[in-house]
Design a protein around this ligand. Structure first.
Ligand code: ATP
Length: 444
């Protein structure tokens, strides 16, 4: 595993070269820890999100969807504990003027002497650590006045708790059941990001699973296994995935047990997703602050209780980065180096490329017709520019699993070449059979 060709630099460079992901506001010199997704990046990200929704609400019937507001009532964050406790310890260096997360010093570079960590050099002068709240504040209304401060959500989960009663009533659910949501969250992170690993705004895929209190432990185990399995099913090599239970001193204020799904990024083992047993902390806190009863009443059994919550919370960008790192490969083709993204077909931004061998002799017309047919069924791309080898390599770099080439023989006997990104096998198949063949091989 140590001889993987992937490095973070190669991923950053491929993402930029092929327009997946690049720094935001670049014409103004960029903005810290903020990135934009281009065409293929958007398609890849959407595929990751689609697979998450599939696992949550298509493959099972005990989870419903929600899309709650980014700006919620400010008391939300009072009740959730974020206003008081969603902080990181911050230190300033009076010598170089830089700011650091006090708990990340061992991973950071000194502003003056990058070979050392902040505080290690004789010249470093670090201040005492002070707590810094990660929520972005803004105001509602044209004037910033008392009581108008609101926050951009630092996690999507709280919107789910606020709507618990609605869902219980209108979706006619009883525990165990879950509410799933995908959306943007915002954190004023101090630590530099490692590309899209840590950004100021990021999408989360979170699901709150409400269970009878006695069943919490069992469902916690269930979701740990489910979530680990999700990444493996989408192609991540299992040796590069692991679960790591939090020590007691790492646990968030709301959690009685948390494990992270970790991935072996080129920068080492890092959290991909957290699975937490949140107990009844959130529903109880919102019930107390709002005066609403947030409980489940079982008419038949004549009992009422506050459900406990198991939460798998994943980041879209971090998953995208893990899928990219895991898929990245280099090999040799005809004596030339090839870079290839061996993405799972379900995640690949484009499933099939249609390429006329020549830009004349009727090849483009025939290729276009095949493309028009295929695109109605799968995400396809038509490309007639440049030598065929270069076009294959371009598709390899964006992870397209199949390429169809149209040549002279196609015009004679109606067959095309079907090229496999991973095996590099080139089969001669009837153009008419393509749709069925691809449907079979792209099944996810
Ligand atoms: P970390 O310890 O890396 O800051 P966390 O434990 O605070 O993360 P959670 O609050 O558990 O993160 O959020 C759930 C998931 O959301 C994380 O596992 C990660 O995938 C994603 N996430 C959190 N913060 C960021 C961020 N700043 N940028 C990108 N993704 C993030």
């Amino acid at each position: 595993m140590t001889d993987r060709p992937v490095t973070m630099e190669k991923i950053v460079s491929l993402c930029k070269r092929r327009g997946f992901i690049f720094p935001a506001s670049e014409i103004y010199g960029g903005i810290a820890n903020t990135y934009d997704y281009g065409h293929y990046g958007v398609l890849l990200k959407q595929n990751v999100i689609a697979q998450w929704w599939k696992a949550m609400i298509q493959d099972r019937d005990d989870v419903v969807a929600l899309d709650s507001a980014i700006i919620q009532h400010p008391r939300t964050w009072e009740a959730s504990g974020h206003l008081a406790g969603f902080t990181d310890p911050l230190v300033d260096c009076k010598t170089c003027g830089k700011r650091y997360r006090a708990d990340h010093l061992a991973e950071l570079e000194c502003g003056r002497r990058p070979s050392k960590h902040p505080g290690e050099d004789a010249q470093c002068e670090l201040t005492e650590a002070r707590e810094f709240n990660l929520m972005f504040a803004t105001t509602i209304g044209p004037v910033a006045e008392a009581g108008s401060t609101v926050y951009l959500r630092p996690e999507t989960a709280q919107g789910i708790f606020l709507d618990f009663k609605q869902v219980l009533q209108f979706a006619r659910r009883r525990p165990p059941f879950g509410i799933a949501q995908v959306g943007k969250s915002f954190r004023n992170e101090i630590t530099p990001g490692n590309f899209i690993f840590r950004t100021l705004e990021f999408e989360q895929m979170e699901m709150e699973y409400f269970v009878p209190p006695d069943d919490a432990e069992q469902w916690y185990r269930h979701w740990l296994a489910e979530r680990l399995g999700w990444y493996a099913r989408l192609g991540i090599v299992s040796e590069r995935l692991r679960l790591r239970a939090h020590d007691a001193d790492e646990l968030s204020h709301y959690s009685s047990a948390t494990s992270d799904v970790e991935y072996l990024f080129p920068i080492g083992w890092q959290e991909l997703e957290g699975v937490a047993n949140r107990g009844d902390f959130d529903l109880s806190a919102h019930a107390e602050h709002s005066g609403e009863k947030l409980e489940f009443v079982d008419q038949q059994a004549g009992e009422r209780y506050i459900p406990h919550v198991i939460e798998p919370a994943a980041g879209v960008g971090r998953s995208v980065l893990a899928f990219l790192c895991d898929a990245y490969d280099e090999d040799e083709l005809g004596g030339e180096a090839r870079t290839v993204l061996r993405l799972h077909p379900a995640l690949a931004p484009v499933k099939v490329a249609v390429l006329p061998l020549l830009r004349k002799d009727g090849h483009p017309e025939r290729a276009r017709a095949i493309y028009e047919d295929l695109r109605r069924h799968v995400k396809a791309e038509y490309d007639e520019g440049g030598a065929i080898g270069r076009r294959y390599r371009r598709q390899d770099e964006i992870g397209t699993p199949f390429a169809v080439t149209i040549d002279h023989q196609t015009l004679d006997d109606g067959t095309v070449t079907l090229r496999d990104r991973d095996t590099l096998a080139q089969e001669r198949v009837p153009a008419d059979a393509l749709r069925a063949l691809l449907a079979e091989r792209l099944i996810v």
